[in-house]
Design a protein around this ligand. Structure first.
Ligand code: C2E
Ligand code: CA
Ligand code: CA
Length: 684
């Protein structure tokens, strides 16, 4: 019996598994060495002790399992996390079953297996499978005979083949025919020698579409070094190529018109200049700017503005050869490169053609819009050799085309260069002009027809330049506007005008008014503070009606709420508003109605040609009649002759201004006139 027991213990000790045997009280009877080794336990710690003493933190379900085992059941656990005394996490699997002695449960046998490695391998497999199935990269597995044994869903998607259509087949079904036999030979050489290959392959989908694919082939070998599987991984670079293209597109092309943008344009110009140097054929660079585009944008909205730009791009392209380059620099600025000019005369013809095309009406939604363009042209190598200079030239030429009345093209000339320099210096000088007392105001009388009296005067600015002499406002107002100097200049003029009005109201006439020109830029400027103007009035003890503000039609076209608000403020203060240069701009009646306008000034160009039966006479009559219907008084500008005066007076014109009555005069000279009580008599 004792021997039998010893044999039994020996068997348990040496069993090639981790086993332990317990009695009914769950005391250890025997443990295999394998168990002690694998779980880092010592036999002395266990034998004679109870399982519960050895593992005080035993989970509840173990105890439950033990109860069931002692009742005769077998309990298995397929996997369970187990933490070794050294902290290592293992996965175990166990089985606990009763052992019987004389038909009774004598205790429990436990069999434990560490399955960490297997579990990790399984997990790895599961992960690999997940990647394989879910990857956006196509994968294909072939066997040692190069037959496809598996493909993943991405493969099906990219190639158009279903798995069942390709399994068992040779991968050459994907061949596009774009590569020669050499290509495949080299590929196989590498696969056979190194077990792998990587490169770009053109393949063909099921329905014949060719696609470029980055392919990686790897081999997995059997333990004895034979080919087991080959795995091919395809990354579809057609997509990547497309997105590369998209990025390139976005970086170099204007999204609205699809034309090259500024960046690409500069690249191309650089390239064309080098080309011209080589071929010794001239090239022309054109700058094109649309005239009045802003107004279209403001009145019809940005969507329509965009439409117009798109259409402009199309029209420009239609005027050019394939090899010529049109680009959009931004806004309504386009540029054109005409290269390899065998015949310089072509530049003229193209410029004319472009102007003609742009002046055709544009259909924008329901509206028809008319627009024109100003073009500046410079030639390489005649005008300049360097890119930057060519750009500057074309810009100057374009600017001069604008200055000369728009809807035209100008070639760059050296005079332009000088003019540009002159402008730059002028702007510089203008910064100091006000502080140094070079700016003066002259006043031009405005005569009321009903009474024949001078009842108003227009304040006009003059610049006494220390070296250049008298400079007319037309030559520097635009510069003042561009630089923002107009704001401080305008404030100063208002202050002067208010003070002058105060004097004349006291000395001469209590209703006397001075009209002051206000630039649209002053309205747009956010810093403008019209309240300072009412402060001037208050300080001078004047009511608002001492001042008339002259604005232009363009300002009303902007029709922004801000401008409306400002005009309302004037209204509240009693300041009157005159619409200057009427007839030269848009002359939209709807605007006159929308805004509270007190006076309308008929531009000199109409007055100049007033003669009995002339179109301009009819126009003036129509304007006057219409204005009166809207309760607006009319001032005729630039009245120079007695005939003009009598015709316009006959048409019902309310006020007149012009050399016939008086040129603009310094304040003291006008003082003399006023005190003499001069009315309608022409002045020398
Ligand atoms: P505008 O407001 O249309 O002013 C009338 C212009 O016509 C003045 O030119 C005036 O001298 C001129 N003129 C008056 N009567 C006659 C005439 O019988 N025949 C001819 N041929 N011309 C006549 P000026 O003073 O050279 O001013 C030119 C423009 O400069 C003005 O046109 C106005 O737009 C602008 N300007 C003048 N002063 C100011 C100012 O203080 N602020 C602003 N923002 N603009 C001003
Ligand atoms: Ca004016
Ligand atoms: Ca005017």
């Amino acid at each position: 019996m004792q021997e039998k027991e010893q044999l039994l213990t020996l068997f348990v000790d040496n069993a090639p598994a981790a086993i332990a045997m317990f009695d009914r009280e769950m005391r250890y009877l025997a443990v295999s060495r394998r168990l002690l080794e694998e779980f880092h336990l010592a036999k002395e710690e266990l034998i004679g002790r109870s399982f519960y003493e050895a593992f005080p933190d035993m989970p509840e379900y173990w105890k439950e399992a033990h109860r069931r085992v002692l009742a005769g059941e077998t309990v298995r656990c397929k996997e369970e996390k187990y933490i070794q005394p050294n902290g290592k996490v293992e996965w175990i699997q166990w089985e606990k079953r009763p052992w019987f002695f004389r038909g009774e449960v004598g205790g429990m046998l436990i069999f434990i297996e560490i399955i960490t490695e297997r579990k990790e391998a399984e997990e790895g497999m599961r992960l690999a499978e997940m990647v394989y199935q879910g990857s956006s990269e196509a994968m294909m597995v072939t066997d040692e005979n190069n037959n496809i044994i598996s493909v993943n869903p991405a493969f099906e998607q990219i190639t158009g083949y279903k798995a069942e259509e390709v399994i068992g087949k040779d991968p050459h079904i994907l061949k596009s025919g774009k590569h020669g036999p050499d290509f495949y030979q080299a590929m196989w050489k590498s696969i056979n020698e190194a077990g792998k290959w990587e490169g770009e392959v053109w393949n063909r989908t099921k329905d014949g579409m060719e696609f470029s694919i980055l392919t990686k082939i790897n081999t997995s070998f059997t333990a004895d070094g034979r080919v087991f599987r080959r795995v091919a991984l395809f990354s579809d670079i057609t997509e990547k190529k497309k997105s590369d293209e998209l990025i390139w597109q976005q970086a170099n092309f204007d999204t609205l018109t699809g034309l090259p943008n500024r960046r690409l344009f500069r690249d191309r110009l650089n390239h064309e200049i080098r080309n011209a140097r080589r071929t010794r054929l001239p090239l022309a660079l054109m700058f094109l700017d649309l005239d009045g585009f802003k107004d279209i944008n403001d009145t019809l909205g940005h969507d329509m503005g965009d439409l117009l730009l798109k259409e402009t791009a199309e029209r420009l392209k239609s005027c050019l050869r394939e090899i010529d380059i049109v680009a959009r620099l931004g806004g309504d600025e386009f540029t054109i490169i005409l290269s390899e000019l065998h015949d310089i005369g072509r530049v003229d013809r193209i410029a004319r053609h472009i102007l003609q095309q742009i002046s055709r009406p544009f259909k924008l939604g329901e509206e028809m819009a008319h627009i024109s363009a100003s073009i500046g042209i410079t030639l390489y190598p005649q005008d300049a050799l360097e890119m930057e200079n060519l750009l500057k030239n074309a810009d100057q030429a374009m600017y001069s085309a604008k200055q000369e009345g728009k809807n035209r093209y100008n070639f760059y000339t050296r005079d332009m260069q000088e003019l540009a320099m002159y402008r730059m210096r002028l702007i510089n000088d203008l910064r100091d002009a006000l502080g140094e007392g070079q700016i003066e105001i002259v006043y031009q009388p405005i005569v009321e027809m009903k009474t024949g009296c001078i009842s108003k005067a227009e304040a006009l600015i003059r610049w006494q330049h220390p070296t250049r002499g008298l400079i007319n406002p037309n030559d520097f107002i635009s510069a003042a506007e561009e630089t923002g100097l107009i704001t401080s200049l305008g404030d100063w003029i208002m202050q002067e005008a208010v003070n002058q009005a105060a004097k004349w109201r006291v000395q001469y006439h209590l209703q006397f008014q001075i009209s002051v020109n206000v630039s649209p830029v002053q309205f747009r400027n956010d810093n403008i503070n019209f309240t300072t103007w009412s402060n001037y009035l208050e300080k001078a003890g004047l009511s608002g009606d001492a001042i008339v503000i002259e604005i232009t039609e363009g300002l009303l076209l902007e029709a922004s709420d801000k401008i409306k608000e400002q005009l309302l403020i004037f209204r509240d203060k009693g300041i009157e508003v005159a619409l200057d240069d009427f007839g030269t701009g848009y002359s939209a009646l709807s605007y006159l109605q929308k805004f509270d306008i007190d006076y309308l000034k008929i531009d000199q160009v109409f007055v100049r040609n007033v003669a009995p039966g002339s179109t301009d006479m009819a126009l003036c009559e129509a304007i006057i009649e219409m204005a009166h219907k809207l309760n607006i008084k009319v001032i005729a500008e630039g009245v120079e002759t007695e005939e003009q005066r009598s015709l316009l007076a006959g048409a019902g014109c309310d006020f007149m201004q012009g050399y016939l009555f008086s040129k603009p005069l310094p304040a003291d000279r006008l003082d003399d006139l006023l005190s003499k009580g001069v009315g309608l008599t022409p002045l020398q």
